[in-house]
Design a protein around this ligand. Structure first.
Ligand SMILES: *[C@@H]1O[C@H](CO)[C@@H](O)[C@H](O)[C@H]1NC(C)=O
Ligand SMILES: *[C@@H]1O[C@H](CO)[C@@H](O)[C@H](O)[C@H]1NC(C)=O
Ligand SMILES: *[C@@H]1O[C@H](CO)[C@@H](O)[C@H](O)[C@H]1NC(C)=O
Ligand SMILES: *[C@@H]1O[C@H](CO)[C@@H](O)[C@H](O)[C@H]1NC(C)=O
Length: 247
């Protein structure tokens, strides 16, 4: 079997101070990921910078989540390009919503500039400590481009390779997977969610399914609809029959 190799160069760590940005150069290892020949990898994915408060172990796990985010979204893009809107998977999560909105949102999410976006591992606002069992991370209210990754992220989020292992998607939320959760975190940042155009309008599964039936204008703007779509397409692509569960 042939494999296409995509080399996604995760840029050196850029640390942004509160006032003057300081640039640290590093010889960060390029992260390589292999996709099956079935799916064309992203050409120019971009990533947030990782702040110097993340140690080597944190960085390795964050980069692993980056790679998973590329893989899961590449399967989704491939599905969109090859099957269009007249597709069981598309209809399940987006109804008769706009294909171009979904394609554009995905493309933007993965490949648009993430200049200034920062992931940090110090619990700067203390919310990891305050919510030790419920916060895998948080978007900083005072610094729109910054996301804090809590230790709970590393402890609980799973690699994409484990999809379907712990249960189906109806029972185990797509955010359980580090790569999907990472994409969801990007969408809390204004430059990624297009100033609120994409948002968490509906998070409850029943409501998400209902949007696909009767509110497709918002289904294609709803964060969780994207997360379920990606996880559903991915699991069905890599595991025969997938593991959606009963909606
Ligand atoms: C980074 O790589 C350059 C070029 O190979 C080398 O000159 C430099 O010493 C390296 N820096 C570190 C910190 O390893
Ligand atoms: C890296 O930081 C985490 C906390 O984010 C800590 O649990 C871990 O022990 C640290 N690892 C190293 C090698 O310092
Ligand atoms: C989508 O379906 C709804 C009802 O199922 C219909 O009212 C609407 O016109 C359709 N929209 C498009 C763009 O086809
Ligand atoms: C669709 O969802 C949005 C956001 O929740 C809501 O404001 C709007 O009223 C809904 N539209 C319909 C037709 O239900």
């Amino acid at each position: 079997m042939n494999f296409k190799i995509v080399t996604a160069t995760i840029l050196g760590l850029v640390a942004l101070g509160q006032t003057a940005p300081t640039v640290y150069t590093s010889n960060a290892t390029d992260a390589d990921v292999e996709f099956s020949d079935d799916v064309v990898a992203w050409g120019n994915p971009t990533f947030p910078s990782i702040y110097h408060t993340c140690n080597d172990t944190d960085i390795r796990m964050i980069k692993s989540a980056f790679m998973d985010s590329l893989e899961v979204s590449a399967y989704a893009r491939d599905r969109l390009l090859n099957y269009g809107a007249d597709d069981l998977f598309f209809n399940r999560w987006f109804g008769n919503g706009s294909l171009t909105t979904v394609l554009g949102t995905l493309d933007h999410l993965v490949e648009a500039s993430k200049d200034g976006m920062l992931l940090r591992c110090d619990d700067i606002d203390g919310l990891c400590a305050k919510n030790p069992t419920t916060y895998p991370g948080y978007h900083r209210a005072t610094e729109d481009k910054e996301t804090v990754i809590c230790d709970l992220f590393y402890q609980t989020k799973k690699p994409l390779s484990s999809i379907c292992f712990e249960g189906n998607l109806v029972d185990v939320h797509p955010k359980h997977y580090a790569g999907v959760d990472m994409l969801h975190r990007y969408l809390h940042v204004s430059m990624m969610n297009l100033n609120g155009y994409i948002a968490e309008f509906a998070e409850d599964l029943d409501e998400i399914v209902e949007y696909a039936h009767s509110n497709t204008t918002y289904a294609v703007r709803n964060v969780d609809s994207y997360l379920y779509y990606m996880a559903d397409v991915y699991s069905s692509s890599v595991i025969e029959g997938g593991c959606l569960g009963k909606l």
